[in-house]
Design a protein around this ligand. Structure first.
Ligand code: LLP
Length: 444
């Protein structure tokens, strides 16, 4: 399973973006996040052109920054002409620091603070997606005080089970997100928004869940949303101008994963929308899609150095078992997904990429708990010092990284046409204590 520009080079090493991963490790150390810039750019273009081909109305792709956001990533997204979804003051600050055009920023969050809303208004973000009535009132008040109007979408929940891990579901009726369509909350929110002086209400948003390998639920959500647009028209006499269907398209973490391609997804979504809009007698709204994982996920690998390799023998149900643990120099601090969502990953031995898998290994991290990254992967015989490349780590790894056990966060490099450029510096031990304060009464 090789993605984008990944290949096995003449030396039998894994190459990505024209760079030998063994050389990358010599230069930048481990653990190391590596991002294939060309693949990210291609995914942006594929989304844009698929939307143009398969949806006849106006549309825009909004990259969901929660998947991976740094100032460098903002530049790529800006250059590719996408909008950017930020979901906190910190993400907004990152985008503004990178000079991302504020009018192309869409601000999310289910509990935005007054400070976050103020920053959004002062910087002139393109859209604020309002999650609840409390926020709606807060925003209206803030706008009236500032003599501004906010262009908003309202997040609604279509009541659909997306069939994914329950921690990343968001569209079902029992959720903290948005206003429920079925119980009337969504309509009530819209009614109030329309009456507010500080609010320019433009449309509705939904996001039903993430890492969806089947698009049935996404298509169903699109139909429910269009029906809701019709209900709004019938009840309030207005046709909403904008519709945002969120993100959610899954990626390949394992060779057995088979999500639809970007084109197939957008094509089916486009035709579902066209049909549904026609049936409901509506004109085409401006359509936003908010992919995160499917833009950056497969473009990333994480390189680790293998250290201790331990054979563990035990008896299970009276039978002898043997397991081989290969320990890497990272783990749940640079990738918490296996522990959080039982996420599965695939790996190759970067310095032995031409060799066949022969032995089953369990890949474990170096944290003070059972931070297994991969429970079972077939690899060529491992030795201490080998470099392990875990694939499909571009999304929700660096962005969810921590300093657990006081491990410095890894560096991240962008690779493209044989060149590697740092876009996140490796943290140092000094960085770890930077925010620490020894209170005066504890001083020596
Ligand atoms: N829009 C909204 C409002 C979202 O909440 C999300 C993701 C997206 C777009 C992008 O979804 P994507 O295309 O990436 O599926 N940390 C979890 C994923 C959480 C997703 C949260 N929302 C994970 O590692 O799987």
């Amino acid at each position: 399973m090789l993605f984008g520009t990944q290949r096995v080079n003449g030396a039998g090493h894994l190459e990505i973006g024209g760079c030998d991963t063994v050389k990358l490790v010599e230069e930048f150390g481990t653990p190391l996040y590596v991002l294939d810039e060309q693949q990210i750019r291609e995914n942006c273009r594929r989304y844009l052109s698929a939307l143009k081909s398969y949806y006849k109305g106006e549309s825009q792709v909004v990259y969901a920054g929660k998947a991976l956001l740094t100032m460098g990533v903002c530049r790529i997204i800006e250059q590719e002409g996408l909008w950017l979804d930020v979901s906190s003051g910190g993400e907004l600050y990152t985008a503004l620091k990178a000079d991302f055009p504020p009018q192309r920023i869409l601000m999310h969050g289910n509990n935005k603070s007054l400070e976050e809303l103020s920053l959004a208004l002062e910087s002139g973000v393109g859209r604020i997606v309002v999650d609840n009535l409390y926020e709606l009132e807060l925003l209206d008040k803030l706008c009236r005080e500032k003599g501004q109007t906010a262009r908003i979408l309202i997040r609604v929940t279509p009541g659909i089970d997306p069939h994914t891990h329950r921690f990343i579901e968001a569209g079902q009726v029992d959720t903290k997100f948005g206003l429920n369509i079925k119980n009337g909350d969504a309509m009530e929110g819209i009614r109030r928004a329309l009456a507010m002086e500080g609010i320019q209400f433009l449309g509705v948003h939904c996001h039903i869940g993430s890492q969806l390998l089947r698009i049935g639920p996404l298509l169903k959500a699109a139909r429910v949303m269009v029906e809701f647009l019709r209900e709004v028209k019938e009840s309030l006499g207005i046709e909403l101008k904008e519709l945002d269907l969120g993100g959610g398209l899954g990626i390949r973490y394992l060779p057995s994963h088979n999500p639809p391609t970007i084109e197939e997804f957008v094509r089916r979504l486009g035709s579902t929308l066209e049909k549904s809009l026609k049936e409901n007698g509506l004109s085409r709204p401006f359509l936003f899609l908010e992919p995160g994982r499917s833009i950056v996920g497969e473009a990333g690998i994480t390189l680790y150095r293998v250290g201790a390799i331990k054979e563990v023998t035990f008896n299970k149900n009276g039978k002898p078992f043997k397991k081989i643990y290969a320990m890497i120099d990272g783990g749940m601090s640079d990738n918490p997904r296996p522990l959080l969502y039982n996420a599965k990953y695939h790996a190759v031995v970067a310095n032995k990429a031409g060799l066949k898998g022969e032995i089953h290994y369990t890949i474990a991290g170096k944290h003070c708990e059972t931070d297994v990254l991969i429970w079972d992967v077939l690899l060529p015989p491992l030795e201490p010092g080998d470099i392990l490349a875990v694939q499909s780590t571009g999304a929700y790894t660096y962005s969810m990284a921590s300093n657990y056990n006081r491990l410095p966060r890894p560096a991240a490099v962008l690779v493209r046409e044989g060149r590697a450029e740092l876009f996140v510096k490796r943290e140092s031990y000094e960085d770890l204590v930077r925010a620490d304060i020894i209170p005066p009464h504890l001083s020596k």
